[in-house]
Design a protein around this ligand. Structure first.
Ligand code: NAG
Length: 282
């Protein structure tokens, strides 16, 4: 694929954080094994993954570069960031109250960093070139899970204020405001993830022992509901904001497909002997 997209610019949470959290004061880090064990050289890279993360592969697929650096990583500067950068922070959410839980970078602050990035880019390549790059770059948002799992269902603050339906509306309003700001700042290509089947995440299934560690249907239904609303808001924005392209990335169906048919995607079940080795009760 030719570089119709000169850079991938990333906002969000642990799903797309390549190491910003390692530069801030939080307990939520991933700079230790077994994280990154399949990454080039196997050195912990501060990605919450065994290897590269989805945005790295997206960047590579556009023919840009194989990994997207973290904005706060002092090893990189605007020369690297001009072709792709991530402002994401593990543990963050749309809601300010979510990032407060583990003292990570709030979503609004990711926007502040992006503004700073734009000034640096203008200085580096000049105004006209910067405007062109920004309008052609893919702005990708991957966020939202923590607003429910880390915040709404864990702490009583939000859930005592309003029902989950209202919480969804609040979060989608924040998403919409964020995308409108990006548009004002010159972005024209936006991709945003819906919620994945969050009731199937390992941590949630662990808590569902009473039901054979099955996926938690309540959470999955919430995700589906959220995604329908988000798609509606996106459709409205496309009508209102001339020249913008916004796509919603359907992580829900894809991830569920992987969970149901892991072998189709090359995943293998853990060998029994390994499973026994992990049993610390013995
Ligand atoms: C989150 O906090 C920032 C900084 O205090 C504030 O500007 C912003 O309005 C807050 N966002 C919401 C949705 O309340």
């Amino acid at each position: 694929m030719s570089a119709m997209v000169p850079a991938v610019i990333v906002f969000g949470d642990s799903t797309v954080d390549p190491g910003n959290n390692n530069q801030i004061s939080t307990v939520l880090k991933s700079n230790f094994a077994p994280y990154s064990r399949d990454y080039f050289g196997g050195q912990p890279t501060e990605r919450f993954s065994n290897g590269r993360i989805a945005t790295d592969f997206i960047s590579e697929a556009f023919g840009i570069k194989p990994v997207i650096p973290a904005y706060l990583d002092p090893k990189y500067d605007i020369r690297d960031f001009a072709t792709g950068v991530s402002f994401a922070s593990a543990g963050t959410g749309y809601d300010n109250a979510t990032s407060d839980v583990l003292s990570v970078i709030p979503f609004w602050k990711e926007m502040e960093y992006y503004r700073e990035y734009q000034s640096k880019l203008r200085e580096y390549v000049g105004n006209d070139k910067a405007n062109y790059l920004l309008s052609e770059s893919l702005h990708l948002l991957s966020i939202g899970t923590n607003d429910f799992l880390e915040n709404y269902y864990t702490f009583p603050t939000r859930s005592s204020q309003y029902p989950v339906d209202k919480d969804e509306d609040l979060l989608i309003e924040i998403a919409s405001t964020f995308i409108r700001k990006l548009y004002k700042l010159g972005a024209r290509k936006v991709a945003i993830t819906g919620l994945a089947p969050i009731g199937c995440l390992p941590l949630e299934r662990m808590t569902n022992i009473m039901h054979g560690s099955a996926c938690i249907e309540e959470y999955n239904n919430l995700a589906k509901n959220f995604n329908v609303k988000l798609q509606g808001t996106i459709t409205k924005m496309i009508q209102e904001l001339g020249g913008i392209q916004i796509v919603m990335l359907n992580t829900y169906d894809k991830l569920l497909e992987m969970i149901r048919n892991p072998t189709w995607f090359g995943f293998e079940r853990m060998q029994k002997q390994h499973a026994v080795g992990l049993d610390t009760s013995r």
